[in-house]
Each structure stands twice: as structure tokens, then as C-alpha cells.
Design a protein. Structure first.
Length: 346
């Protein structure tokens, strides 16, 4: 962020914003792509909300593997979107929860003081973030800021994969790999809420967690290879892609749907090779092989809000970190062994 174009360092912010004289804030900042050590805690100007934007005083922000890829600039492909030579936005992070501090022009849906959560497009690991109003919804009454911040990208990915892409229907059998992770822990609960019979695949230490999320069956991948049990599934959401497409398809019914969903892969193109392979293979089988890119959708966040309110979905929080330990948080997420979500608190 450093929303260079609209930074407010040293100037009064907005009438009624009450941000003090200096209008600076603490933020995790990166000036170049690289490992977590490129992040430094800095004082930068509070950004000004533009037309249609809201200034959020951030209470909590979660981090996920996508934030790690953007921070490192690898796979290099991400630089086409986030800046070729250096990151376009100096503040990493997307998902946040907090309080509306000020609103820009044309914002009629939100008012200062409201508790909101959603996804920023210009950095969330800062005390304040400018966010398009359409990316924010009210925090459900039963949710803390930490829980709310954990939701947006991971839960929307799980919801879109299962409901929109796979069109999961009651009674279908759904297998989810990485069931203990950020996406998987939401996916198990959402698949269950959609009426599916759910199998979660995870390591030994996470078996109880995945069962507690509502999985009907749990497969410990350190002991059993789900592609070799002979059991077939209507839908497989493969968040890990530890096995080849060919192997995973053996566990899919003849007309089943496989969603390869891992963002990990080679240094240049990440998962692109696997995505292309799945698309090409799709033409030669009745099975549906459907890699997809999740997109931020306000309506999906509202659907998730309902599920959070009714208790159908509860975020799993692995660890929280203070802002000055942002590098440790991203290092942990990058290692790929999280149990649910990792959240920064402010
Ligand atoms: N398509 C999209 O638009 C989209 C959007 C968001 C995320 N993603 C991708 O989705 C993937 C998952 O994201 P995430 O946030 O859930 O990642 P995560 O939080 O790092 O979770 C990964 C989980 O998988 C477990 N795991 C590791 N190896 C496994 C195996 N062989 N079988 C089963 N589980 C295994 C890990 O625990 P243990 O190591 O303890 O087993 C961990 O709990 C990422 O690659 C991300 O890039 C895609």
C-alpha cells in the first residue's frame, strides 16, 4: 500500500476521521520481493479513502499462502499482476476485520464506527487500510475480529469450489485434501452444510481436528493413500495436489468432479502446468477436471456470514501474531503446515 498516490503522512486526514495530528500508522512494509525477512515494521502515512472506498482501522488481518507468493514474487508469474520489478503495493496482506474510520465519496452503505470484514486490494498488514466498500460486510455479532479476519479468501475459495464449481448436492460424497488447512478447514464445514458425506484427508496430528469440523470420515495420509482405497467420490477438492492427476482421478466416480486447487508449483509458472494439463485432459473424459481461481464476491461473504451466524461454519484459528512479527507469520504460512488460519492482531 503506502498508497503512494494518496498517502496522508503529516497532514490532517478527513473531517471527523479523528486520526490525530500526525496521521501516520504502523505497517509491515516490503520494498522488494523476497523471503519474509524483506518485511520491516515502518511508520507510513495513513492512506486516504478514494471514491467508493472506506478507511478501515484494522483490528485483525489473516495471512494465507497467496500472500506468501505475492511477498516473494514467486512464482514469477504473480509479478505480472503485482509489479514486475518490485511490489506495486508495499504493504502485504488482503483479508482484514476492523472498524470503519472514514468513508470516501459515494459510500452510502457504511458509516464510521461500523465493524466490518472483507478483503483489501492494496494491503492489510497495517493499522489502517483503504478498502473498496463493496469488499466489506458487517461483522456478525457472534464473531471476534480475529475470527472474522480469518474468513474472506479461504472461506470464499471453499464456498466457490464446492457450491459454484462442483455444485455439491445433498448425499454426494466429497473428499477434501488439506482438510486441516485454511481452505480445507472451511471446506469440510461447508461441504457438510451442503449435505454431503465428507471425507477429510490430513496428517495424524490433525485427525481429531478434522473430525471435530464435521467430517464423516478422516483419512490419515501418513498411513493411507486415498487414491488406493478403492472408494470413489463424487467430488474431490484437492488443496494439496500431492499426487498426480492420474492417481487422484482413480478415486473419482466416472462422472465425478475434481478441483485441483493447490497454488504451489514451479518457480516460474507455479501451478499453471497442472492447470493446463487438467483442462486438456477434461476433453478426453466424462470426469470434470475444473481448476479455478477464486474471486472476491460480496454476496459470497454475505452467504458465509449467515453460515457463521447459524454456527454451520466456525473459523479455526491456529496462531495469532502481533504486527511486528509479520515476518514470522508469513514464514509459518509459507511452510504449509497450518492448522486452520493464521491471524495478525493489532
Ligand atoms: N484456486 C484459488 O483461487 C485458491 C485460493 C486460495 C488458496 N488456494 C490454494 O489452496 C491451497 C491450500 O490453501 P490453504 O490456505 O488451505 O493452505 P494451508 O493453510 O497451508 O494448508 C495446507 C494444509 O494441508 C496439509 N497437508 C500437507 N500435506 C498434505 C497431504 N499430503 N495431504 C493432506 N493434507 C496435507 C497441511 O498440514 P500437515 O502438513 O500437518 O499435513 C495443512 O494443514 C494452497 O496451495 C493455495 O495456494 C487456491
Amino acid at each position: 500500500m503506502e498508497n503512494e498516490q494518496r498517502s496522508n503522512a503529516g497532514a490532517p486526514l478527513m473531517p471527523g476521521a479523528n486520526l490525530g495530528e500526525t496521521a501516520t500508522m504502523r505497517a509491515a512494509v516490503q520494498h522488494r520481493y523476497g523471503p519474509p525477512s524483506v518485511l520491516e515494521l515502518s511508520k507510513i502515512g495513513v492512506p486516504l479513502p478514494g471514491r467508493g472506498e472506506v478507511l478501515v482501522q484494522v483490528s485483525a488481518a489473516s495471512v494465507h499462502p497467496g500472500d506468501y507468493f505475492v511477498m516473494t514474487g514467486e512464482p514469477y508469474m504473480v509479478r505480472l499482476v503485482y509489479g514486475i520489478r518490485r511490489p506495486r503495493h508495499r504493504v502485504p496482506g488482503m483479508d482484514l476485520a476492523g472498524v470503519v474510520a472514514a468513508v470516501g465519496k459515494n459510500v452510502t452503505t457504511l458509516r464510521p464506527g461500523e465493524k466490518v470484514f472483507g478483503w483489501s486490494t492494496a494491503g492489510a498488514l497495517a493499522e489502517y487500510a483503504c478498502v473498496p466498500a463493496r469488499n466489506l460486510v458487517p461483522v456478525p455479532a457472534n464473531l471476534s475480529f480475529v475470527d472474522a479476519a480469518a474468513v474472506p479468501t479461504s472461506a470464499m475459495t471453499a464456498l466457490q469450489a464446492l457450491r459454484k464449481i462442483a455444485n455439491v448436492r445433498p448425499g454426494q460424497t466429497v473428499l477434501i485434501t488439506g482438510a486441516s488447512g485454511g481452505v480445507g478447514s472451511f471446506a469440510v464445514q461447508i461441504a457438510r452444510a451442503l449435505g454431503a458425506e465428507v471425507t477429510g484427508v490430513c496428517s495424524t496430528r490433525n485427525v481429531d481436528l478434522v473430525r471435530s469440523l464435521g467430517a464423516d470420515h478422516v483419512i490419515d495420509y501418513t498411513r493411507t493413500d486415498f487414491t488406493r482405497t478403492g472408494k470413489l467420490y463424487d467430488v474431490i477438492l484437492d488443496n494439496v495436489e500431492a499426487q498426480s492427476l492420474t492417481a487422484v482421478r482413480q478415486a473419482l466416480t466416472a462422472t465425478g468432479t475434481l478441483i485441483p486447487n493447490s497454488g504451489r508449483g514451479g518457480r516460474w509458472f507455479g501451478p499453471l502446468g497442472r492447470i493446463v494439463k487438467a483442462r486438456v485432459l477434461s476433453g478426453f473424459t466424462r470426469q470434470l477436471l475444473l481448476p479455478f481461481m477464486s474471486v472476491g464476491k460480496r454476496q459470497d461473504l454475505l452467504t458465509l456470514t449467515e453460515m457463521l451466524l447459524t454456527g454451520q461454519v466456525t473459523p479455526v484459528i491456529d496462531r495469532t501474531y502481533p504486527l511486528d512479527e509479520a515476518a514470522d507469520a508469513l514464514r509459518y504460512v509459507g511452510a504449509g503446515h497450518t492448522q486452520g488460519k493464521v491471524v495478525m492482531t493489532f
